[in-house]
Write a new protein. Sequence first.
Length: 303
Amino acid sequence: MIKDIQQEIIRLKKEKDICILAHCYQTPEILEVADFVGDSFALSVEASKVHNKTVIMCGVRFMAETVKILSPDKKVILSNPDAGCPMAEMMDKEVIEQVKQQYPDYTVVAYINTTSELKTVCDVCVTSSSALKICKKLESDNILFIPDCNLGNWISKQLPDKNFKLLNGGCPTHAKLGKEDVMKAKSAHPDALFLVHPECVPEVVELADYVGSTTGIMDYAKQSDAKEFIIGTENSIVTHLQLSCPDKMFYPLSKDCVCHNMKATTIVDVLNCCKGTFGEEITLDDNIYVGAKRCIDKMIELG
């Protein structure tokens, strides 16, 4: 039974002084045993505040790396070693160094969904919820935004006085959602509000009633007086909202909006991580740690 596995996880994490982090895209049975649930950077911040010496990140690799950067003295375990992020891995340090030579007067803004190594050659990190605020505060009017061109485009539309250079990168899961999906969903659910993540393509974002991060979408739906919502992000959020708000109706924009990397982690993986027989400990070279931390610290400085 799932509840038996969950009870054993809870027993082990207490016995071994483990803190479990779970990204919102994880399955409900994993969220139920987590100490903290949320977006990636918020989880890293929470982990830095706890006394536990071991942290298990139920998410993807770049998230576990961020936890390690903010908590260098803690043992950080990625719950499933195969859980990567295609967007984080599509650009590397060498490529961006070459692009920087072409645009030497541009501030390089890195979405948090990047590897720690790539962050070492960037000026500042942003999350989907902080990107607008931070880009607005930058002294430079020239911004090279990587790797998500969709998030970068959404930010650039709101900051017309700044010059954005966008590269062709992004989240394959969100990018597959199209205008046709929106029109089909709106036709089926004409009274529903459409909530979307800015990682979606512009033609989808333009049709939204609300655009925001995963946590932002969930908070909006919970606080809204509306009773029906079309959710334009990873489909696990539909499930979580249904459980949190059973008096409201939630519909996926597409049945195909599934992040298979996030789904790589199972409740048994978490159990075996607690036992010490599975997962991967995250380690970072000193140069990568220092460079990536500088990029993240600048984000924290700018709010």
